[in-house]
Ligand binder design. Structure first.
Ligand SMILES: [Zn+2]
Length: 299
């Protein structure tokens, strides 16, 4: 795509044919600020959601179906964070976190993934209506962070050796998050059933070492285009191909009309109990933290 700066709010697909590897790189900047600013979370949770959103962009951009949806959901028992949900559809991202503010304040500045999530799990769902494919895999939420949890998702749930790197930071321009994900597809074809997978295939560790050498500063460098970043890591490979970039933006599927139609399905006495002093029923969308005042006569 000529003239497109592959710096922010974009995901880029990559293949390394001779190594049977495919990858995605993504960086979110202004879009990330738009999503986070609505929620008003403490910085620690902004960081967590920023990393989750860039992971969502990496996974979502794997979808071939333009109406496909990718959802990641981290859920816990007794965690400080009890729910984190992000989804992707056609380049649009959204997400939110539900948490206990008092327990978060007690946890100090650098809580581990375990102290945030307790005993939790990560569910990743690929939904592709065009081919009627729906696939969900669930793994325990373990390790250092979301990147490690995503790697174990691919290893355990899909038997695909993968490497995932995520980083997010805030500076005077706002939030920026970047990520890389590479996977080994020994049969060279995406989506084909596998009869066996060799996790020790020698060409894979080579790619994993090169990709794994990426620094957090590079992932979040707003001035470093994603294709240059890929080139920096993989320039010694025989051939590295990039796919068409996917533009990323903030999006939500909530709408006042839809919410009014949901309210209209409640019995009249329950509807009456929802009405505030101003005669409006206020319904919030957790994903985008928007409140919709619905006049009672419209419901
Ligand atoms: Zn919404």
């Amino acid at each position: 795509m000529i003239g497109l700066q592959l710096k922010e709010d974009v995901a880029l697909g990559v293949t390394v044919p001779s190594r049977h590897a495919r990858g995605r790189a993504a960086r979110i900047g202004p879009t990330l600020d738009l999503i986070l600013s609505n929620h008003g979370y403490p910085p620690l949770l902004e960081q967590l959601l920023a990393e989750a959103l860039v992971l969502t962009a990496l996974l979502g951009s794997l979808l071939k179906d333009p109406n496909g949806q990718l959802t990641i959901q981290a859920q816990t028992e007794n965690g400080i964070v009890d729910l984190l949900v992000c989804d992707y559809m056609g380049g649009q991202l959204r997400g939110y976190i539900r948490h206990d503010p008092d327990r978060l304040a007690e946890a100090g500045p650098h809580p581990t993934l375990f102290s945030l999530f307790g005993r939790g799990y990560l569910a990743i769902t690929f939904d592709q209506p065009a081919t009627d494919e729906r696939y969900q895999g669930i793994v325990p939420l373990e390790g250092e962070g979301l990147a490690e949890a995503a790697q174990s998702y691919f290893a355990q749930s899909e038997q695909i050796p993968s490497i995932v790197r995520l980083a997010a930071r805030k500076d005077d321009k706002g939030w920026v998050a970047g990520g890389l994900m590479f996977q080994h597809l020994p049969e060279g074809e995406e989506g084909r059933d596998r009869l066996h997978t060799r996790l020790d295939h020698p060409e894979w560790p080579h790619v994993a070492v090169l990709v794994g050498s990426v620094k957090a500063d590079e992932l979040t460098d707003r001035d470093l285009p994603l294709d240059d970043l890929i080139w920096r890591l993989l320039h010694e490979e025989d051939e590295v191909r990039t796919l068409d970039p996917v533009l990323l933006s903030k999006g939500c599927r909530c709408s006042p009309d839809y919410i009014a139609s949901v309210i209209a399905r409640f019995p009249p006495d329950e509807r009456a109990a929802m009405v505030g002093d101003d005669g409006l029923i206020r319904v919030g969308c957790a994903f985008c933290a928007t409140s919709f005042p619905i006049p009672v006569e419209e419901a």
